[in-house]
Design a protein around this ligand. Structure first.
Ligand SMILES: *Cc1c(COP(=O)(O)O)cnc(C)c1O
Length: 452
């Protein structure tokens, strides 16, 4: 068979491939065939700076020689070993390494293959834990979820999610959750000052826990930043406050670090900023450096022990995925962690985070930029029609998407969340490349908002 032409590929892509989160009626293909460092290349050879990190998972750049070599080496041994009762050295070594770098007290690793499954595993472990812990509390069947959370697209993860646009259709299929408002410094609750936001938010959570704790199995949180909700950055102290309250009311804490783990916030894990150890920690996206689908749910001795017993005791965790703990993924993850050490990735971050802060400061001067937000190497620029009233653009204006398209014409790949322009570059980004991203975003904003 001859290789298809670019036009054939575009046609097949439009008509055969059903893309995730994409309205196929007006889909415009962008077909990338190659990556190199922080750049990606389309089938016509055009080069783009990847300011999305391949949708938030790339860490050290594309085609990193160290990670490429590790996968090839593993390929010479075996591509796959099931983790249903069998094991392999690479995955075992990765488990040891994750336990060593995770917040203290998380000594056990359950592998799966994507972020949503890591959350499903945590939800089910929490549920089963309360049935077979030392003092069983079988009434604990409900979960607390945070406002417009996003934890993935399987039904358990959707149940604890709160993004109306993605999740409302499926409401009839979901299990019960109690929802607490998240602290949002741009759109404050009525009558609340910014200085009162932390105390107000924790009080709102406590009132739910006081009333319902006897039936709550766990609370699920995206630590520090609610990513897909529009990069909502929580006030300092919120995560620690949530940890203290969940402990006080005997509710398990599930930290979903799928987006924020692996250096994204400036530390290896976001929980480290507030000295928090959750009962269950979910990781995925950056785990393999953005190379292969792999995820893990880490947990404590307390939870692990509750599942021990003889095989007829019914205490086994009956959950698994065919590719969970896949050795190729584990090899990529091991190499990703090696690169963190060899290139001192975390030590390079403060300068990049500071530069991103300067960029945001500049963009915030634009008259249609309502708010800018940052946590580590995550940045968000929220566009509004009217700055004083915070009036958004009409959704049909597609302002966020149009600004990103304008940036694409200037060689920078971005993906908006509504009218929030999200800048999420690989940790390997250089200061010069950060400036290139800023330039493209600024030009896009000027072009689309008709602002001089
Ligand atoms: C992306 C994401 C998920 C889902 O991960 P997938 O690998 O896409 O299933 C879960 N939680 C958070 C916070 C995420 O950002």
């Amino acid at each position: 068979m001859n290789s298809p032409t670019s036009n054939q590929l575009r046609h097949w892509d439009r008509t055969l491939v059903w893309h995730a989160f994409t309205q196929m009626a007006d889909y415009e293909p962008l077909i990338l065939e190659r990556g190199d460092g922080c750049h990606v290349f389309d089938i016509d050879g055009r080069r783009y700076l990847d300011a999305t990190s391949s949708l938030w998972c790339n860490v050290h750049g594309h085609r990193h020689p160290r990670i490429d070599a590790a996968i090839r080496e593993q390929l010479d041994r075996t591509a796959h070993v099931s983790n249903l009762g069998t094991s392999n050295p690479t995955t075992i070594r990765l488990a040891k390494r994750l336990v060593d770098i995770a917040p203290p007290g998380l000594g056990h690793v359950f592998f799966s293959d994507n972020g949503a499954t890591a959350v499903e595993v945590a939800l089910k472990m929490a549920f089963q834990y309360w049935r077979q812990c030392r003092e069983p509390k079988p009434d604990k069947t409900c979960y607390v979820a945070m406002g417009e959370a996003y934890h993935g697209d399987t039904l358990g993860a959707v149940s604890v999610g709160g993004m109306a646009q993605f999740h409302d259709t499926f409401r009839p299929l979901l299990f019960e959750t109690l929802r607490v408002p998240v602290p949002d410094a741009y759109r404050l609750p009525p009558g609340v000052q910014k200085s009162e936001l932390l105390a107000h938010s924790l009080a709102a959570l406590e009132s739910i826990l006081v009333e319902h704790h006897a039936r709550i199995a766990a609370l699920v949180i995206e630590p520090l930043v609610q990513a897909a909700a529009g990069v909502i950055v929580h006030p300092a102290g919120y995560l620690r406050g949530v940890r203290e309250l969940t402990r006080k009311y005997n509710v398990l804490l599930i930290a979903d670090e799928v987006a924020v783990g692996f250096g994204r916030t400036g530390k290896m894990f976001a929980c480290e900023h507030e000295g928090v150890t959750p009962d269950l920690l979910c990781i995925a996206k950056g785990l393999t450096g953005g190379y292969l689908p792999m995820a893990a749910t880490l947990t404590t001795d307390e939870i692990w022990n509750a599942f021990l017993g003889d095989s007829s005791s019914g205490r086994t965790f009956y959950h698994g995925h065919t590719y969970g703990g896949n050795p190729l993924g584990a090899a990529a993850a091991m190499a990703t962690l090696d690169v963190f050490e060899e290139e001192r990735t975390l030590e390079q971050l403060p300068a990049k985070i500071a530069r991103l802060g300067e960029i945001l400061e500049r963009l915030s001067q634009r008259s249609h930029v309502g708010h800018v937000r940052q946590c580590g190497l995550i940045a968000a620029v929220e566009l509004v029609r009217d700055r004083p009233t915070r009036e958004p653009y009409a959704p049909a204006d597609l302002m966020g998407r149009k600004v990103c398209n304008a940036a694409l014409q200037r060689g920078v790949l971005l993906r908006p969340l509504g009218d929030v322009i999200v800048i999420w570059p690989p940790l390997a980004i250089s200061l010069v490349q950060l400036d290139e991203i800023a330039q493209a975003v600024e030009c896009g904003i000027i072009e689309l908002t008709d602002e001089a």
